[in-house]
Design a protein around this ligand. Sequence first.
Ligand code: NAD
Length: 303
Amino acid sequence: TAQIIDGKALSKTLREGFKTRVAQLGAQGVQPGLAVILVGDNPASRVYVGNKVKACEEVGVRSFHVGLAADTPEAEVLATIARLNADPAVHGILIQLPLPAHIDPRRVLEAISVNKDVDGFHLYNVGGLVVGNTIFPPCTPYGVQLLLDTTGTDVTGKNVVVVGASNIVGKPMALMLLQREATVTICHAKTRDLAQHTILADILIVAAGKPGLIVPQMVKQGAIVIDVGINRLRDGPNAGKIVGDVDFDGVKEKASWITPVPGGVGPMTVTMLIENTLRSAERALRMRQADDYQDWEAPVIHP
Ligand code: NAD
């Protein structure tokens, strides 16, 4: 039976380390700051934003919570971002998705300074992933990479199958592993015969949002299985329970390592958001000390 990859424990260790970095920045007169913009009052988004703010405070990162009404015009959201881009107390800017329908998410994401794009969703950072030189890796795949590292596995040449091809998880995950010279297959909802691909995976990463999608027959003996899915069961005997995309009880008998849900990838996402915010603050300080403001200024990117 598989060993458990404990994301909660790794998060805790990393967050302890963050306190030291916050203190080091503090000694140089910098308190790292993260601005979180929430447009509207989607209840799930509110919970996510609350978790991010709380996690920041626990390690000494200052949080700026900007709540905007659901009918805020796009121009006003862009003006808010421009203000935060110019604010030296803010090292990271995050806009909670999804946005109300009248706001173009791409336009908003592209307005964030690439130097403060701690979610890594700006085209500049996305492009950086393609060429293996991103400033801020997106948080969820970044967290998965650290979880994989804890197993001591070298991914070079391994068969990695990523199930899910979203812009925030599947695609960047695949690019990060390709950069590490894994042999990467990306599967998605249109993939024919999913099992034919997953059965070859030395490392199987699942981010589809479909409970029970991955059953033991689809998993190679000894595979490492990372379950990114977070699903709340609607009905059945376990209604209300949070589960991943993998049949955990079945698959753990075949895998060598497996992440639980909850307590696997989930806690790592917020941890990596803080990592990126600290890195941004350290980077800004370095640039300032090198008197290299010019370099630090955001490249101008035309839409
Ligand atoms: P998404 O809906 O944007 O993308 C889902 C992807 O899975 C798509 O590419 C789709 O083609 C594919 N897919 C759907 N059904 C499939 C099937 N039957 N077979 C193969 N592929 C299929 O979702 P997302 O934002 O990438 O999130 C995926 C899951 O991960 C969700 O459960 C989400 O809640 C969870 N998630 C968790 C974290 C975390 O912190 N742990 C972060 C982000 C997302």
